[in-house]
Design a protein around this ligand. Structure first.
Ligand SMILES: Nc1ncnc2c1ncn2[C@@H]1O[C@H](COP(=O)(O)OP(=O)(O)O)[C@@H](O)[C@H]1O
Ligand SMILES: [Mg+2]
Length: 298
């Protein structure tokens, strides 16, 4: 199996949440039944017990994200940038939060740490009660795949794969058999209202539909946390509302959501706004009604 093109190098996961998809696309992988078995062997290996415990959904403690005195420093000496400074943040299971703040205030840096794409320079991060600092890159990649779904502004779908195949991909790495992958992908696509577009390629879908496929892909591994970075940034106002409606439904079903947005009208549709300024959290619990004053001074 080691030389099989279907083995994915674990480090590939360390670089980007979708790196594994990109890597697999280079091997021109189809997710049809003809590959049955090839994806499913050897995928339960390596981190064994850690993954078993991590894949059980959330434990008794209802805190999903706990950032404790997190700092992130890029570069050193004269070029040193303190992107985050002593950030404390707790997000509980079931919350729906927006992260706002001016450009350069540390939102993406915080999301990268919360998404286990980057590590803090100082402080501790507990994801679903797991101390992320204790994990090596491989384990971190496993945890990310099991616990976190990502949605991006630019969708990041694989153009040569159908909607169904795009949504099936994250389950490959989770070691789920192909028949179940297919079933679960169909359920996820139904949840976002795309059951009639299973076989469409991304270029046969509108922007809003592509984002819905990306959301289906993000939730198909049943993550405890959905992270969305400007998910409506590339959408018109009508499709923005469609996407926000889906987020509300997902949140109502129990998924914790954290979304970066610079649009006050989008943030107002969440329950809680976290406001960053100069690498610090200056408000951790703004209500949608309180946004106006912050927008006015920033
Ligand atoms: N890889 C990096 N290397 C050096 N500086 C960075 C890097 N990423 C971000 N920064 C800096 O950290 C600060 C916060 O950036 P970022 O988290 O991207 O802010 P935001 O997402 O709120 O616009 C900015 O000053 C930015 O220039
Ligand atoms: Mg950013």
């Amino acid at each position: 199996m080691m030389n099989s093109p279907f083995i994915i190098h674990p480090l590939a996961f360390s670089l980007h949440p979708l790196a594994f998809i990109i890597k697999m696309s280079k091997n021109n992988i189809s997710t049809s039944n003809s590959h049955k078995g090839e994806f499913t062997k050897d995928t339960h290996n390596q981190t064994g017990n850690l993954i078993k415990s991590a894949s059980t959904t959330s434990s008794n403690n209802s805190v999903i994200v706990r950032l404790e005195n997190i700092s992130k420093i890029y570069g050193f000496g004269e070029t040193e940038v303190r992107a985050l400074s002593d950030v404390n943040l707790v997000v509980e299971q079931g919350e729906y939060c927006a992260i706002m703040g001016a450009s350069g205030s540390g939102k993406s840096t915080a999301m990268n740490i919360i998404g286990c794409l980057d590590r803090p320079s100082e402080g501790h991060y507990y994801l679903d009660n797991l101390d992320v600092a204790q994990l090596d890159d491989t384990d971190l990649a496993h945890i990310r795949n099991l616990k976190i779904g990502f949605v991006f502004q630019q969708f990041h779908l694989l153009p040569q794969l159908s909607a169904l195949e795009n949504v099936m991909l994250p389950m490959v790495y989770a070691g789920i058999k192909v028949a179940e992958r297919r079933d679960r992908a169909i359920v996820a696509l139904k949840r976002v209202g795309l059951e009639n577009r299973l076989n469409n390629k991304p270029n046969q879908l509108s922007g809003g539909q592509q984002q819905r496929v990306a959301i289906a892909r993000a939730i198909v591994n049943r993550p405890v946390l959905l992270l969305a970075d400007e998910p409506t940034g590339a959408l018109d106002s009508r499709t923005t509302q469609e996407v926000l409606q889906i987020f509300r439904e997902l949140n109502a079903s129990g998924i914790t959501i954290i979304m970066v947005t610079h649009e006050p009208d989008v943030a107002r549709q969440t329950q809680r706004i976290v406001w960053f300024r100069d690498g610090e959290v200056i408000h951790s619990h703004l209500t949608p009604e309180e946004i106006g004053q912050e927008v006015a001074i920033s």
